[in-house]
Design a binder for this molecule. Structure first.
Ligand SMILES: C[S@@+](CC[C@H](N)C(=O)[O-])C[C@H]1O[C@@H](n2cnc3c(N)ncnc32)[C@H](O)[C@@H]1O
Length: 226
C-alpha cells in the first residue's frame, strides 16, 4: 500500500499527500480555504439562498472528513437548515493518521473535536442523527458501485484530479449520478476542465465557471432543473 502523509497547506490547515498518486487531498494553497470556498460558499450557501431548508448532500470522496466537518459547522450556524449528508469512501484512512488531524482546532468556533472524530468512528452504511439538524451516513464504496434510491440536492464532487484518476471524470459516471438528481440539483467541484464542463452540459446542467479558491483561477458549478 502506498504511503499517505500529512502536509501543511498555506492557510495553516492540514492536508494529505498520497505518494502513489503523487497527489494531495486538497489545494496546497489552503485546504480549509479551498473547501470553504468551493463546497460551502458556492454549494451550500448558494442553495440556502434559493430558500431550500432541507438539503440532501452527496459527497464523492470522504477522505479526511473536512467537507463534512465544514457542513456541520454550517448547520450549527444556520439552525433552520436541515442537512442530510451522505458520503462515499472506498479507501478509509488509517486510524493513526486520523488521530493526527486537527481541523477541529482551526474550526473551534463552529465544531468540536468530538464532532470530527464521530464522523470517522461511526459505523458505515447507517444513518446517524448527529444533531437535530444534521444526519450523516458514510458508505464504504466507490461511486461506480454505489446503489441508492435517494435523490440528492447538492453534490460535492471531490474526487482526485482528472490527471490522477481519469475514471472519476468520465461521462458515464455523471450519467449514473444524474439518476440520483432531484427536481433541482447542484454539483460543485474544484475542477474546471473543459471536457468535464461539456459533459455536465450534456446531462442538461447549466454550467457556471466561477472564480476559484487561492491558487486556482476557476471552479465549476452545475445546476440541473428537471
Ligand atoms: C481529493 S480526495 C477527497 C478529499 C476529501 N473530500 C477531504 O476533504 O479530505 C479524493 C477522495 O476520493 C476517494 N476515492 C477514490 N476513488 C473513489 C471512487 N471510485 N469513488 C468515491 N471516492 C473515491 C479517495 O480515497 C479520496 O479520499
Amino acid at each position: 500500500m502506498s504511503e499517505i502523509k500529512i502536509i501543511e497547506t498555506s492557510d495553516g490547515s492540514q492536508s494529505l499527500y498520497h505518494e502513489g498518486l503523487n497527489e494531495t487531498y486538497h489545494s496546497t494553497h489552503g485546504a480549509i480555504t479551498e473547501s470553504q470556498h468551493v463546497f460551502i460558499k458556492h454549494g451550500l450557501e448558494f442553495l440556502l439562498n434559493s430558500s431550500k431548508e432541507s438539503i440532501n448532500i452527496l459527497e464523492v470522496g470522504f477522505g479526511t472528513g473536512l467537507n463534512a466537518l465544514l457542513a456541520l459547522g454550517f448547520a450549527n450556524n444556520n439552525q433552520r437548515v436541515h442537512l442530510n449528508y451522505t458520503t462515499l469512501e472506498p479507501y478509509p484512512l488509517d486510524e493513526n493518521l486520523i488521530q493526527k488531524l486537527k481541523y477541529h482546532e482551526q474550526l473551534s468556533d463552529q465544531v468540536s473535536k468530538e464532532d470530527f472524530f464521530r464522523f470517522h468512528q461511526c459505523s458505515w452504511g447507517v444513518c446517524h442523527e448527529l444533531q437535530p439538524n444534521f444526519k450523516f451516513t458514510k458508505h464504504q464504496t466507490t461511486l461506480q458501485e454505489f446503489e441508492t434510491n435517494h435523490q440528492y440536492d447538492l453534490i460535492f464532487y471531490d474526487a482526485f484530479a482528472p490527471s490522477k484518476q481519469a475514471e472519476m471524470w468520465e461521462l458515464s459516471l455523471l450519467e449514473k449520478l444524474k439518476s440520483h438528481f432531484g427536481k433541482e440539483t447542484v454539483l460543485v467541484t474544484y475542477c474546471a476542465r473543459g471536457q468535464f464542463k461539456r459533459d455536465l452540459a450534456s446531462i442538461q446542467m447549466k454550467v457556471e465557471t466561477l472564480a476559484g479558491p487561492p491558487g486556482k483561477k476557476e471552479m465549476v458549478r452545475g445546476v440541473y432543473r428537471g
